[in-house]
Design a binder for this molecule. Structure first.
Ligand SMILES: [Zn+2]
Length: 116
């Protein structure tokens, strides 16, 4: 069970990290700390940076969702079960991808469906 506690701690830690990143990005995009430059060229560059930041923020939000989902799975006691086929997910896989909810086989199938 200590493994599960370690994974849970890892997930919680990662969630905090991502949440503070999202907060920092939101502050940045809303120009909380510095007003928009008055120079047009500068503004264009700033807008581009904002788009990159927003994409980063969205990716972080997605990951937060995955982590929350994984934490719920731990609470329910279904963390080690694949959500697609119900088989046990390999522990080595879970250690690498702590927020995954698919076993290697189902993940590969999902991956190949996305490609074709
Ligand atoms: Zn599966």
């Amino acid at each position: 069970m200590s493994t599960l506690n370690e994974i849970k701690a890892q997930l919680t830690e990662r969630q905090k990290e991502l949440e503070s990143r999202v907060t920092a990005i939101n502050d940045d995009v809303s120009h909380k700390n510095q007003p928009l430059s008055s120079d047009w060229a500068e503004q264009a560059v700033e807008r581009e940076n904002e788009e990159v930041l927003e994409a980063l923020g969205n990716a972080s939000l997605d990951e937060i969702q995955n982590i929350k989902h994984a934490l719920q799975r731990i609470e329910k006691g279904t963390y080690f079960d694949c959500e697609a086929c119900g088989d046990a997910i390999n522990l080595e896989r879970l250690k690498l991808l702590v927020s995954t909810d698919l076993c290697t086989q189902c993940a590969e199938e999902a991956e190949s469906r996305r490609q074709f």
